[in-house]
Design a protein around this ligand. Structure first.
Ligand SMILES: Nc1nc2c(c(=O)[nH]1)N[C@H]1C(S)=C(S)[C@@H](COP(=O)(O)O)O[C@H]1N2
Ligand SMILES: [Mo]
Length: 539
């Protein structure tokens, strides 16, 4: 019995692995295809209930994608082991049904993606077929069994399509899996075949991954040279960064910039293929190529982006220098209708985003960005073109890999996150983050520098205040800013005289003199609010 279960598991793992590997190889060969594992993972992302996304982000941070892929793979292998078990127990029909079932789930996931195609279906179809073939090749066939257990024989006969032509040799090939203790040689054949298939699968998967690399935009991105910017950004004030240990920098380097999106593999969109279609409630539709975009006047602006899922004090916020073309100058060419209230933008993977037309046309530096901190956009951050809109959370404004824009109304369309429980409109809330000391730090008595970052994007931060143990609010010293569209560094010196636990709170006052609200709100549906509060121990 033990051997039977083990053989079943091996059979399942080998058949599943072979199917996945064949799928990867197909992805590498068939252009325009994509991994079914990713499609299933994406489906999972689309289906997860409200709150799950936040839970995943909070628990796994930016590793949430890896966790999802690994979980998907693990589930596929678990299904494979069950199927292998059925096959080893002689229930071939059930095993075949199980494999086909898993394949159909994959087909369903691919078909429900924004733009299903035959190319996208190919990997799951090939993978399922190969998995089936391996299963049938390795599975025990017991037409005439040497088993003395009537139950087993009965099962075998019921489970296997009668195949009287089976040679006796193969007919008893894997009997040892079901009837322990017989036929070492047969077990050896099974092991040899399994090892053979597993090795081929490893080679296929490796080759598949290797040739998939040819879709990468890494090389063209490295070779891309961007036009010079006519209007230089307002110079960065020398005190934009404050010299306080533990304080994050004013400009976040690309590699450290937070990343949030629903894609499992970063879309590889070549500048040669990129098109942006602008349509809907317009007089004149427009289609732009990347060269068209580069030929337009470029601006360069420091803008702070934040995710609506950033909890108070959280890390999903960043500030960078963006280069691109003003959206209002592009929209001037299409003649959008005054009744249009929502601009729905769509990325190449089908994700959608709804932005107030007013935020794109009220004179702020909303742009189609092509560069981030002096380099072409990193692929993870939307290469070759994304939106950047000061003062709006990312999910309502910052479409990466953007390829389509439609002028419409709020009534007419709900973008991706809206049916999932998030507000249609979500202007960024003012927020203050204490970065040093950190919550539960031990600090030495004496002067303690309390420092952090505050943002009220597009209104600006005019003051930051800090209080300890509910005492008087102390005004912080502020870093410089190039515009009201960025965050601001701040520092306060606190005389930590009394030992013991102390509570520190911080808040900001925006450019209109409005004090940041102390009303705590969760991230859903339209962004966290409330003061950031930490406790430190003076010892
Ligand atoms: N195509 C696409 N663009 C997207 C998203 C997405 O899921 N897909 N997520 C948005 C969200 S929720 C945020 S917060 C910002 C994050 O941009 P970043 O990853 O460059 O920091 O991208 C936005 N743009
Ligand atoms: Mo976000």
């Amino acid at each position: 019995m033990g051997l039977g279960a083990l053989s079943g598991a091996v059979l399942g793992v080998v058949a599943t692995g072979a199917g996945l590997a064949a799928g990867e190889l197909t992805v590498g060969i068939v252009s325009g295809s994509s991994s079914p594992v990713i499609a299933v993972g994406n489906k999972v992302i689309d289906l997860v209930p409200i709150g799950m996304k936040n839970w995943a982000i909070e628990t796994f941070g930016t590793n949430d994608k890896t966790v999802l892929v690994v979980t998907t793979l693990a589930l596929v292998f678990v299904a494979g082991v069950v199927v292998g078990g059925l096959a080893a127990a002689g229930r071939l029909a059930a095993a075949v049904g199980g494999t086909v079932g898993v394949g159909l789930l994959g087909v369903g996931a691919v078909l429900s993606r924004p733009d299903p195609s035959l190319a996208r279906l190919a990997p799951i179809l090939v993978g399922t077929a190969v998995s089936l073939a391996v299963l049938l090749w390795l599975a025990p066939r017991r037409v005439r069994s040497s088993s003395t257990e009537p139950g087993l024989v009965g099962q075998a006969v019921a489970g296997v399509a009668p195949d009287a032509s089976l040679e006796p040799a193969s007919a008893h090939l894997y009997v040892p899996m079901v009837v322990p203790g017989t036929g070492i040689a047969d077990r050896r054949t099974f092991v040899l075949r399994s090892v053979g298939v597993a090795s081929l699968a490893a080679i296929a998967a490796g080759t598949g991954r290797l040739v998939q690399g040819r879709y990468s935009v890494a090389d063209e991105r490295a070779a891309l040279s961007l036009p010079r910017v006519a209007t230089r950004p307002l110079a960065l004030p020398p005190n934009a960064d404050l010299d306080v240990p533990g304080l994050s920098p004013f400009v976040i380097p690309n590699d450290d910039f937070y990343r949030i999106d629903t894609v499992l593999t970063v879309p590889q969109v070549s500048t040669a293929d990129w098109r942006l279609r602008i349509h809907g409630m317009v007089d004149q539709e427009l289609e732009l190529t990347f060269d068209d975009l580069l030929a337009m006047d470029q601006i360069e602006r420091y803008v702070t982006l934040s995710c609506v899922s950033n909890p108070t004090g959280g890390p999903y916020v960043g500030n960078a220098l963006w280069q691109g073309v003003r959206l209002d100058s592009i929209f001037a060419q299409v003649g959008y209708h005054p009744e249009s209230t929502q601009l729905v933008s769509r990325s190449v993977d089908g994700w959608t985003c709804g932005t107030p037309v007013s935020s794109l046309t009220d004179g702020r530096d909303a742009m189609l960005a092509v560069a981030m901190n002096g380099e072409p956009l990193p692929p993870e951050h939307g290469y070759p073109v994304r939106m950047v809109v000061p003062g709006e959370y990312g999910y309502v404004s910052a479409t990466k890999w953007v390829v389509d824009m439609e002028f419409t109304t709020w009534e007419a369309y709900d973008a991706y996150w809206v049916p999932r429980g998030w507000s249609q409109q979500a202007p960024m809330k003012a927020m203050t983050r204490i970065e040093t000391p950190r919550d539960r730090d031990d600090v030495a008595p004496g002067t303690v520098e309390i420092a952090g970052t505050a943002w009220a994007v597009h209104t600006g931060v005019s003051a930051v205040e800090v209080r300890v143990d509910g005492g008087e609010w102390m005004r912080a010293r502020l870093g410089g800013v190039p515009s009201e569209d960025t965050w601001r560094k701040w520092v306060v010196e606190w005389d930590a005289a009394e030992s013991g636990r102390h509570r520190i709170e911080a808040r900001c006052i925006d450019g209109d003199g409005e004090v940041q609200t102390d009303v705590r709100a969760d991230v859903a549906p339209d962004g966290a609010s409330g003061y950031h509060v930490i406790d430190v121990d003076v010892a």
